[in-house]
Design a protein around this ligand. Structure first.
Ligand SMILES: Nc1nc2c(ncn2[C@@H]2O[C@H](COP(=O)(O)OP(=O)(O)OP(=O)(O)O)[C@@H](O)[C@H]2O)c(=O)[nH]1
Ligand SMILES: [Mg+2]
Length: 258
């Protein structure tokens, strides 16, 4: 089971225009700093946050309990002009986990409700015995040579975005999520997705839009270790240099669960 947390800024829409629209650059700074801040706090407990829409972030939070979530909310309230609410859910797939997390928070009020403030809505938490995280680190082949060093920056960005859209479209059907994490990199929480199916998706995208990827898959009982193993998997593919699409690495903790 994977555990996911939705982190949502309370009443952010109205706040951004009260008493009059705030400087966009200031909002960008607030969002970037909040992401870094929340990431640092979840990472201290081996969680991993994806910036998603910045006002709504999604995190893998296996092993992070109610009190841990409360402490993060409190720390943000003490230091920022805004507060954050959170919803927590679990599932056999990340799609289900984030859906339950979202619904749990939605039941406590809307994102633009002035009454809803610093809610922690927990649908469920994973326990130690069934905590399992599978993530895929997906990387575009040869971005530097073919795009970064040859094309205008915006065109490269557009192609990376297109790859993201194709990946998301195919992965969501399998209950897997996909987040852009910078450069030519995507990370997919993908519990319940057999590696062969991911290989098929990567091959299909190459046929459809001519973009090829390589994928490291990591499995552990927490996000940090799973993501680290996924990174190492990618490095192995690079070293072997044999056009392999997927390399899987798992630790002892994950083997006990599956
Ligand atoms: N977030 C994140 N960004 C990375 C990571 N590795 C590389 N990047 C970024 O992605 C860019 C492209 O790097 P690579 O994917 O290594 O380069 P490439 O030209 O695509 O070469 P190959 O992937 O080896 O085919 C880098 O310049 C970095 O900006 C990573 O592990 N995480
Ligand atoms: Mg690459």
């Amino acid at each position: 089971m994977i555990q996911m947390t939705l982190i949502q800024i309370d009443n952010y829409g109205p706040w951004t225009v009260t008493p009059k629209p705030r400087n966009e650059s200031d909002l960008q700074i607030l969002q970037a700093e909040l992401f870094a801040d929340v990431q640092r706090q979840f990472a201290a407990k081996k969680g991993l946050v994806f910036f998603t829409r910045f006002d709504n972030m999604l995190a893998i939070t296996n092993g992070i309990n109610k009190e841990d979530h409360f402490r993060i909310q409190r720390s943000i309230r003490n230091r920022y002009p805004i507060t954050i609410s959170m919803g927590v859910g679990t599932g056999k797939t990340p799609y289900i986990a984030q859906k339950l997390a979202t619904e749990s928070l939605q039941r406590k009020g809307g994102a633009q409700s002035a009454e809803r403030k610093e809610i922690l809505a927990i649908d469920s938490l994973v326990n130690e015995e069934n905590s399992y995280v599978q993530v895929a680190h997906i990387d575009i082949n040869g971005v530097t040579e073919s795009l970064t060093d040859n094309m205008p920056a915006f065109d490269t960005n557009f192609i990376v975005n297109k790859a993201q859209h194709y990946l998301m479209t195919k992965l969501i059907n399998k209950g897997s999520l996909l987040f852009f994490i910078g450069g030519d990199n995507f990370m997919s929480p993908c519990n319940g997705l057999p590696p062969q199916e991911l290989t098929n998706i990567i091959e299909k995208i190459n046929e459809e839009i001519g973009i090829s990827h390589k994928v490291g898959i990591g499995r552990s009982n927490n996000a940090e270790d799973a993501a680290h193993l996924a990174d190492l998997g990618l490095e192995i593919i690079r070293k072997e240099n044999n056009n392999k699409i997927v390399h899987i690495l798992e630790d002892e903790a994950s083997k006990k669960i599956n």
